[in-house]
Design a protein around this ligand. Sequence first.
Ligand code: SAJ
Length: 445
Amino acid sequence: MKQNIYENLKKKIKSKDAKIAILGLGYVGLPLAVEFSKNKFNVIGYDISEDRISILNNGKSYIKGISDQTIKEIIKKNFNPTTDAKLLKEADFKIICVPTPLEKDKTPDLKYIKSAAAAISKNIRSGQFIILESTTFPGTTENYLKIWLEESSGLTVGRDFGLAFSPERMDPGNKKYGVKNTPKVVGGLTKEDTEVAAMLYETVVKAGVIKVSKPRIAEATKLLENIFRHVNIALINEMALVFEKLDIDVHEVIKASSTKPFGFMPFYPGPGVGGHCIPLDPYYLSFAARQKGMRPQFIELSGEINDYMKIHAVNLVEEGLNQLGKPIRNSLVGIMGLSYKKDINDPRESPAIDILIDIIERGAKVKVYDPYIKEIHTKVGSFRSVSTPDTLFKGSDAVIIVTDHTEFNNLDYDSLIKMMRKKLIVDTRDVLGKYKNKDLLYFKI
Ligand code: SAJ
């Protein structure tokens, strides 16, 4: 019996008769659905958002990097976006790509994985294969998902259905790397699970599929990748604070250190860390470590340093205005850039949000400008992006550059500065670099 389900699934992959359901059509799930559809598989795209499903059914895309044309082409042929979980019964493979946020106390919030597991269990049948892609702590697949699926379905993994973990490595806005050319790590509950999951991904991932011995290895792989960034970003942020006191330009130092052809990788200081991965994923490992009585200090200390950069950025605004004889209270501050990293339209966990709130709470008024984001909603209100940088600079006492959108490198700062009431720029991304202006008070991180 056990051999049957795996042999049967392998046959269906080879013949491309395997029906694939992707649960969660966000920046991870939709690109994956597109690639499997382009590879002639029948794909069910399941999402709980009626909006997303209707946008897709109208042949439109809401994910940067996926065109409306691409959606139109696959919709007609073999991509079926739906909110109807019953269709999951038809699928041979079900890949969970839902968010894994944090609770307020920075512990894992697995509610979306749980609800995806419930939808799967309600529509499960023998012979199916489930893969979890959402970033989570080591042990989730083997000690939680496996049990949730077995308990609610009455079926047994390895006999009735297969189970594996494969971390997503999607980088929103990255024009160079996507599903096809990013190597994929896969860890199944048993060897056969790993084999079958790897075989499935090999149909769309041309950069190679790496098989590991257990799901928890694959879960830990993803966390190491992102904790590596989290800690190194915190390190360069702390270096920036130290070098600022030593009157050393940290960007010049980074440039010089980057000439070392081995053993060094540049990171850049900034106003803090945003996005859907780096501010969240490391705490998943902290949680798992604390469950075993350990407290990984690097992760928590790095989080404190990265969070402090948002406060430091606003301190520079306040200090600069003081030097210009203008208290921050009742000043007008322009915020350049809302998204969490350059040239994308994603404000999730963006440092700009906490920086905006802090500036308001210190008594200033705020204008915002971001070429990719029309409006953001915060606990101190909603803010619409003004139409141009001119409108942002006009009448402002200070402008803080929070996101290094490429567009900001080519502005005519001489004329923009002339429009300011007081002339302070706080540059948290080294956008202005060597630019000089004798009328300008210029602070940078
Ligand atoms: N940041 C810095 N300094 C740096 C690098 C980043 O302050 O040197 C900030 C960014 O401005 C941003 C945050 O950190 O606010 C996160 O930046 P990121 O470059 O890590 O971008 P993300 O969050 O989109 O991370 C994704 C991750 N991809 C996946 O999780 C699949 C990450 O693993 C990738 O390495 C990263 O993209 C990438 O390389 O761009």
